[in-house]
Structure formats: structure tokens, C-alpha cells
Design a protein around this ligand. Structure first.
Ligand SMILES: Cc1ncc(C[n+]2csc(CCOP(=O)(O)OP(=O)(O)O)c2C)c(N)n1
Ligand SMILES: [Mg+2]
Length: 896
């Protein structure tokens, strides 16, 4: 309740007493001034909280450090030595980027980001973030992507990377390079979490922390010793993914999560909030979302000024100066700062009389003050019940000198002149380590630390104390996953008898069977973004419980029902609310649990298929980078099968979008048994053979009788194509129809119709994966091209389709481009039908007629192909068009 509504709600039971308090405040303000009055109000408020009166905390506080100087803890390390090591790291990070750009012109890289955040990382590396050496999973650290040079530079000094590697920064093709940003796909022993697409690191880290709590609360693993750290940029917080889920971290009390936002006030083009204050804005948003916020705004040399600021004028100036102006102070002279910041108010001017212009210019920001940062990190890890965000104010390009610091263009500068390098050498006090003559050729040398040197020993010992190096990706399966033993897949072989069921219902049944599987079921993680009822998955709520870390504090409205909404602290079902991004991040956390915790989990993220690759494709790409293993399921799939929902819902292209992700295995099964075979094989490939792949499956809501599994089709299902039914014999002409998904219905009708009415014997083929077929064919094509001396091989799809005769028509509920993935490998004339165009609302029948994928259109397509081959006369096609009342003059569906 806000203070105002609280006041209007409660009667004043002692108005005289109230007046007395108010009058004292009036008197105080009149005599001691507004600042003093505000101070006392603040103290009262603080005291009220200590007495647990339930008074609310301010959403925004003054523009000063959250931790007062007197509460700063003792720093246990050797600060001078750490500063020296940091100078080495800074130098090497810059040298690496400069050298890379000398070696390969314009290969890129970033200097200024790490320059502004070096101590933010050092505090973590030296004092807080845990490695994996004692057999535990340690901490998860999400590094800001374009700060990667600094992370490499540290690993080099520690002796984990050699000079050749550093010289191959961004030169990866030769196999001995360093990736531009954190990419576990490319450096699977080093990087753990991809971050560079802005916003994905933050949201993934958040759900990672939540997933650790989930594992813990479900007693699958004690994760209490692992903390998730994410370093992000202040500009990055503009991405909806960055802040979109922070309230979840708040209400779920993720005190195992710490975010460090490097508030250098700049993004790529210029200021993040030139006319406002990003730190204040972020403070309010995080506090309002239930986070513990620690601002580290000012370095220690401001303490003395603030202590003498009895009138509050300095505080007022800090509160009212906008970020664009602060950025200006970072680049301008001490005289300018004296004039503009301290100048207008004589009391302020007096405050800094004793300081030289140079002192003023170098008054440090909090994010460059090691002790302030140490205090903040310590407070963060000790804080219970809430996640913590540290907002650290820094200067972009700090220490890099005039051309860099605070400049709007600084983000993209990647070259340094000899003068700039000399300047850096001096600022970092590296005169004893860098010989000016070594800078002549513009290829700055690296500083190396001999093993046994004081600095090297200190660095390594700090990491030993914290259980080993970081980052390091080390897959150590500590809790192996036993495969299902009771053959839960068997039930789907027989088909559904006379019952009409959809593949979505089959999927739910399959997931339930897997979850009930002794010893395996507990590892299944069903994830849904507020759509379980649509998919019939609400039936899992009661049996397995919906995860709620603090349990269910209310009796649900449907408590009398068998399938009530049951939340539980050890619930298995992850109900993510309306956030596909959140669901995907949650899935990624579960799908990488085998690597980060050594506890393989089997997540099924089931979403409206339209809101998958299209909506959160970048998160899926980053999951692939993370080497995720699990199942993504696009439910209510298909452009004509989801009948009434229309343009924004009717997915006709997700398999095509998905096919752009190399690790993604895409299957569009028609039947229950296909789905079961695919999932069974997927479990084996991912969790027994340890392939770093994941699956995208499409399931539909159209009910029909599920046929039994024909003999000998398993391999065909997995390979992507198998003959489902032979053609009737004795017909004048032959053809083949390939189908996937619910298009099997029209295809099967068309085969019957072609035989009965048009004297064509059409065989039916099921193609659960055009992507798989295409990839196999491309590999063969490449091999043939590059091995001309050898006997040419034949793609599987070509050999299979050579088995029959006559033209081929392929039909799915997606764009024609989906089956056309195999077009160039077809040995026979090939025509794809599909749902190109915008979806719309209507009945399935009307939509399939509109998109020309129904039975009549398949028949006409087969006949037209036969006519093209000269097997029948074109007049037969004309007859068919007329017979089925198809309007050949109607505009194509994709044109309107
Ligand atoms: C989704 C996405 N959009 C754009 C970019 C390009 N980009 C890389 S860094 C950057 C600016 C980052 O600013 P900030 O987050 O403040 O980081 P800083 O370097 O200032 O610490 C941009 C726009 C990106 N990496 N990802
Ligand atoms: Mg920034």
C-alpha cells in the first residue's frame, strides 16, 4: 500500500498528536532548512523500517553511494598489487585488439568497454566468483560480450592462453583462434554463456538463477553454493529482454543472483540517457521489482567532500546534474569542472578550494574505486531474500587517454597510435615493463608474467582460493541420467484405434508417461508460457505440481476439481506466464544444466508455434551457441490447422526459420508413432551419445485416428522420409505424394481420389524432416564435388525417390520452401504445395482450399505434372480444375 492510500484509509485517532509532529517538522524546516528536515524524515523512515512498521522504502535515493563509507568493510587483499596486475591486464587487452587489427585489417574488437569495467571484473575474479576445481559446479558468470578482450588478457597472464592464441583474436578459421565474444560453440572449453546479443545475457542469467533454485527446491541437487553473476552494459538495459523479467527475480527471491551494470553512461552512438540519469532510473525500476540495489557512484576521494557538505549543496548538484553533463566532465578540464559543476554556487566552490584542477579532473567514479566495489560485492553476496543489482558508475574508455575516455565514438575505436600507446603506458605506470622502442612498429608487446613472480603467484593463489579458473567450461556429469526402462514409447505404436486424437494430445500423453517413469521422470521439465490449457497440458498441474518457490498460499478457486491449479515449492511444471522469452531462457537453463551443474535435465518447452522462432529466435540461436539439449515444441502449429486464430497466430514458416539453426533437429511428424520414435531417438542422441543438439517438433490440434506404426519405418522416420503406403496397382499412370504434419489427411484422400477417378496410382510418403534430408544431401553433394576421383555417392533422398515412378507432389502446412529443401535432389519432377501468404481465420476446409493444399488441389497438381511430362493430355487437367470448381483466375494467396 502506498503511503497516500494508507493515510486516506485509516482514521486519525489522535489529531492533536498528529499536529504536534507536523508542527515540529514545520519549526525544524524553518530553523534548520529543508536539507536537515529531509535528513530527519529519512532517519525516521529508516528507523521505522528497523522497527518493522511496514513503511515502504523509497524507490529512488540520492545520487550517492548506497553503502556509506563508515560501513565499508576491511579490504583483505593487497590493493597495490592488484592494481598493478590490473594494469597488466588492461595493457594486454588493448595490445591484443591493436595487434589483431594490425594483422587483419578491420577485424574489429573493443577497447573502451573493458577499459571502463576492468575493476568490476577484477573484484569478482579476485574475491568472489567461484570456479569448479573442488568438484562443485562453482559460480556461473555471464561476461559482457564485448568485454571479452579483458577476459582473454587475464587468462593469458594466468598462463591459460598463449601468445599465439591472443594473436589470433577474431582469427578463428585456422582452428587456433579466440572468438570475438563468448561463444561456447566455438570455444567449448572456455566460454560457458553466450552474451553478446544485447539483453540475452541478462535474461538467461536470471532464469539460470531461478533454475538453480528449482533444482534445489525439488531436491534434485544442492545448488546453494552456486551464484549467478551477470555483467551488463547500461545501454544494454534498453533491450526489453534485459529488464522484462526482473520482477520474477524479485518475487521469487533469487538471492543467488547478482547483476553488475557497468554504468559508463554511454552506449555505441552516444549517451544512454543524456538528459536524464540512467542510474536513478535503473535504481527505481529494480527497487520497484523487489531487488536489493547498491549504487556505487563516487570514488573514495569524494567522501571527504560529501562529509563537508553540511548544506546539501553538493548532494543537490549531484542529484540534478544530467548524464550528458557528467559525460562532459569526463572529457573536459579541471577548470571546466570547477566552473560548471562547482562554480555556480559559492558554497560548492568553497568546498573544492583546496583541490587543484588536476585533482578535480581525476576525482574518480565509484566503478573505478576498488574498495567501494569490494564493499558492494560483499554486501551483494551476503544479502538474503532478494537478488542484488550493483549500479557502478564508470567512464567509458577509462585510462585509454584523451581520444577515448568519454568520447561518443569511443565504442568503436580499435586502433591506437604510438603516442596513444605511450600515453597508456604512462597512465598505467608501465614504464618498467614496456620499452618505447617496442612500440615503434605499432605492434605493442604483451606483458608476460613469469611463473613464480609475485604477481603471477598472487593471481593464481586468489583463483586457487576460489576453486579454480574462470571462465572454464567443463562438462562433468555428476548425476547421470538413466534412460526410461519401462518402454513408455511402446504405447504409441498401436495407433489410436477408433479414437480421434491430435498430435498435441499425443505429446502431452508422451510427456506424462515420461514424467511417470521411475528414476527418469523427475528430470523432465515441462515449460509453458501460459498456454497449458490450450495444449491440454493443464492435466499435468495437479499430478506434478506447478513450481512456486514459497508454495501455494491460497486455496485455488478450482480446488474441488480433479485437475486444480496446484502450486508447490517442489512443483515440477514451470508455468512461465506470458513470456516466450522467459520460457526460452528457462528452457536454456534446463537444457544446459548437464554442463553447468552436471545434472542433465530433459526440458520440453511447449509454445504457440508462431511465437517461437519468430518471436524469440535470437534466444534460440544463443541456446544453440550454449550447446543446449532438449525439446522445443511448436504447438497449435500450421497455417491452416489452427483454424480460427488468423494472421498473427497461423504459423506457416517456423520449420523454415528453425532450419537456419545448425544444431536444431526439426521434425514435423504426422502421426503419434512418429512423434514417439523421434523423441525416443532424441533422448538417446542427446543424453546417451552426448550430441550437442536440440529438437524442434511441431504438433497440431487436429483430431484424427492415429494409424498404427507400419513395420520397418523407424529409420525412415529419423532419416526424414519413408514410404507410407504403396500405390494401388494396375493404374494407367504413377505418381507420388509426400506429406508432413496434418497434410497427411488431404494427401491420403488425394491418393484415393487419383486412383478412383483419374486412373493414377499414387504412392504416399511421409516426410517428418525435410531439413534432415537436405542436410544429408548437401553433405553428399559436397563430398562429390571435392572428391572427383572417387565414385560419386547418392543422397539418401535421391535413392529413396528413385524407387518409384512418375511426378512427385509434396504438401505440408507450411510454405512451399519447406519441402522445396529437397527440390534439387529429386530424381523425378517435383512440385511443392504450401501455405505461402498471410494466415487468416476460417475453417480448416476453407483455408486449405484458399492455400491450395486440399485434396482437389493435390489431385490437380499431380495431373498437371503428368501433363507436363506428356503422360496425359492437358484437357484432363482442365477437366479436374472444373470438376473441383477451382478458380484458376483467383489471385495467388501470397499476393494479398
Ligand atoms: C541485440 C544487439 N543489438 C545491437 C548490438 C550492437 N552493440 C554492441 S555493443 C553496443 C553498445 C553497448 O552499450 P552498453 O550496453 O552501454 O555497453 P558498454 O560498452 O557501454 O559497456 C551495441 C549497440 C548488439 N551487440 N546486440
Ligand atoms: Mg554503456
Amino acid at each position: 500500500m502506498t503511503t497516500d492510500s494508507f493515510l486516506s484509509q485509516l482514521p486519525d485517532i489522535d489529531p492533536d498528536e498528529t499536529s504536534e509532529w507536523l508542527e515540529s517538522l514545520d519549526a525544524l524546516t524553518a530553523s534548520a532548512g529543508k536539507t536537515r528536515a529531509r535528513y530527519l524524515l529519512g532517519r525516521l523512515n529508516q528507523h521505522g523500517r528497523q522497527l518493522q512498521l511496514g513503511n515502504s522504502e523509497a524507490i529512488s535515493t540520492d545520487y550517492v553511494n548506497t553503502i556509506p563509507t563508515e560501513q565499508q568493510p576491511f579490504f583483505p587483499g593487497d590493493e597495490n598489487l592488484e592494481r598493478k596486475i590490473r594494469a597488466f591486464i588492461r595493457w594486454n587487452a588493448a595490445a591484443m585488439v591493436v595487434r589483431a587489427n594490425k594483422k587483419a585489417d578491420n577485424i574489429g574488437g573493443h577497447l573502451s568497454t573493458f577499459a571502463s569495467s576492468a575493476p568490476l571484473y577484477d573484484v569478482g575474479f579476485n574475491w568472489f566468483s567461484r570456479g569448479k576445481d573442488n568438484g562443485t559446479p562453482g559460480d556461473a558468470v555471464y561476461f559482457q560480450g564485448h568485454a571479452a578482450p579483458g577476459i582473454y588478457a587475464r587468462a593469458f597472464l594466468e598462463g591459460r592462453l598463449d601468445e599465439e592464441k591472443l594473436d589470433n583474436f577474431r582469427i578463428e578459421v585456422g582452428g587456433n583462434g579466440l572468438s570475438s565474444y563468448p561463444h561456447p560453440r566455438l570455444m567449448p572449453d572456455f566460454w560457458e554463456y553466450p552474451t553478446v546479443s544485447m539483453g540475452l545475457g541478462p535474461i538467461n542469467s536470471l532464469y539460470h538463477a531461478r533454475f538453480l533454485k528449482y533444482l534445489h527446491n525439488r531436491q534434485l541437487e544442492d545448488t546453494s553454493q552456486s551464484r549467478v553473476w551477470a555483467f551488463l552494459g547500461d545501454g544494454e538495459t534498453d533491450e526489453p529482454e534485459s529488464l522484462g523479467s526482473i520482477s520474477l527475480a524479485g518475487y521469487q527471491g533469487l538471492d543467488n543472483l547478482t547483476w553488475v551494470v557497468n554504468c559508463n553512461l554511454q552506449r555505441l552512438d552516444g549517451p544512454v540517457r543524456g538528459n536524464h540519469k540512467i542510474i536513478q532510473e535503473l535504481e527505481a525500476r529494480f527497487r520497484g521489482s523487489g531487488w536489493n540495489v547498491i549504487k556505487v557512484v563516487w570514488g573514495g576521494r569524494w567522501d571527504e567532500l560529501l562529509q563537508r557538505d553540511v548544506d546539501g549543496v553538493l548532494l543537490n548538484k549531484m542529484n540534478t546534474t544530467v548524464d550528458g553533463e557528467f559525460q562532459r566532465y569526463a572529457v573536459d578540464s579541471g577548470a571546466y569542472i570547477r566552473e560548471k559543476f562547482f562554480g555556480p554556487d559559492p558554497r560548492l566552490r568553497r568546498l573544492v578550494e583546496h583541490l587543484s584542477d588536476d585533482d578535480l579532473r581525476t576525482l574518480p567514479r565509484g566503478g573505478h574505486d576498488y574498495q567501494k566495489l569490494f564493499a558492494a560485492y560483499k554486501a551483494a553476496v551476503e544479502h538474503e531474500g532478494q537478488p542484488t543489482v550493483i549500479l557502478a558508475k564508470t567512464v567509458k574508455g577509462w585510462t585509454l587517454g584523451e581520444g577515448f575516455e568519454g568520447r561518443n565514438a569511443t565504442h568503436q575505436i580499435k586502433k591506437m597510435s604510438k603516442t596513444q600507446l605511450m600515453d597508456l603506458r604512462q597512465r598505467l605506470r608501465l614504464e618498467d615493463y614496456i620499452n618505447p622502442s617496442d612500440l615503434e612498429d605499432g605492434v605493442p608487446p604483451y606483458i608476460k608474467l613469469p611463473h613464480g613472480s609475485v604477481e603471477h603467484q598472487y593471481m593464481v593463489q586468489r583463483r586457487v582460493a576460489l576453486d579454480g579458473p574462470l571462465p572454464e567450461r567443463k562438462v562433468n556429469i555428476r548425476r547421470p541420467l538413466d534412460m526410461p526402462t519401462s518402454s513408455p514409447f511402446k504405447a504409441f505404436e498401436a495407433g489410436s484405434g477408433t479414437r480421434e486424437v491430435s498430435t498435441t494430445m499425443v505429446l502431452t500423453a508422451l510427456i506424462r508417461e515420461l514424467m511417470r517413469e521411475e528414476g527418469f521422470g523427475e528430470r523432465v521439465v515441462p515449460i509453458v508460457p501460459d498456454e497449458a490449457r490450450t495444449f491440454g497440458m493443464d492435466s499435468l498441474f495437479k499430478e506434478f505440481g506447478i513450481y512456486a518457490p514459497f508454495g501455494q498460499k491460497y486455496e485455488p478457486v478450482d480446488h474441488e476439481l480433479l485437475l486444480s491449479y496446484s502450486e508447490d515449492s517442489d512443483g515440477q511444471f514451470l508455468e512461465e506466464g506470458i513470456s516466450e522469452a522467459g520460457g526460452l531462457a528457462s528452457w536454456t537453463a534446463a537444457a544446459t544444466s548437464y554442463a553447468h551443474q552436471g545434472v542433465p535435465m530433459v526440458p520440453f518447452f511447449v509454445f504457440y508455434s508462431m511465437f517461437g522462432f519468430q518471436r524469440v529466435g535470437d534466444l534460440i540461436w544463443s541456446a544453440a551457441d550454449s550447446r543446449a539439449r532438449g525439446f522445443l515444441v511448436g504447438a497449435t502449429a500450421g497455417r491452416t490447422t489452427l483454424a480460427g486464430e488468423g494472421l498473427q497466430h497461423a504459423d506457416g514458416h517456423s520449420p523454415l526459420l528453425g532450419s537456419t539453426v545448425p544444431a536444431c533437429q526439426i521434425y514435423d511428424p504426422s502421426f503419434a508413432y512418429e512423434l514417439a520414435v523421434i523423441v525416443e531417438d532424441g533422448l538417446k542422441r542427446m543424453y546417451v551419445d552426448n550430441e550437442d543438439i536440440f529438437y524442434y517438433l511441431t504438433v497440431y490440434n487436429e483430431n484424427f485416428v492415429q494409424p498404427p506404426e507400419p513395420a520397418g519405418v523407424r529409420q525412415g522416420i529419423l532419416d526424414g522420409l519413408y514410404r507410407w503406403e504403396k500405390a494401388p496397382e494396375g493404374k494407367a499412370n504413377q505418381a507420388a505424394i509426400i506429406f508432413a504434419g496434418p497434410a497427411n489427411l488431404a494427401a491420403r484422400q488425394a491418393a484415393v481420389e487419383l486412383g478412383e477417378r483419374w486412373d493414377v496410382g499414387a504412392e504416399l510418403w511421409s516426410a517428418p524432416s525435410f531439413k534432415r534430408l537436405r542436410e544429408e544431401a548437401l553433405e553428399v553433394e559436397r563430398w562429390n564435388r571435392l572428391n572427383p576421383a572417387s565414385e560419386p555417392r547418392k543422397p539418401l533422398v535421391t535413392s529413396l525417390l528413385e524407387e518409384g515412378e512418375g511426378p512427385i507432389v509434396a504438401v505440408t502446412d507450411y510454405l512451399r520452401a519447406v519441402p522445396e529443401q529437397i527440390l534439387s535432389f529429386s530424381p523425378r519432377p517435383f512440385l511443392a504445395l504450401g501455405t505461402d501468404g498471410y494466415g487468416r481465420s476460417d475453417t480448416r476446409e476453407a483455408l486449405r482450399s484458399f492455400f491450395e493444399t486440399d485434396m482437389p488441389n493435390i489431385v490437380v497438381a499431380v495431373l498437371a505434372q503428368l501433363a507436363n511430362e506428356g503422360k496425359i493430355d492437358r484437357s484432363v487437367v482442365a477437366k479436374a480444375v472444373e470438376h473441383y470448381e477451382i478458380d484458376g483466375d483467383a489471385p495467388a494467396p501470397w499476393t494479398h
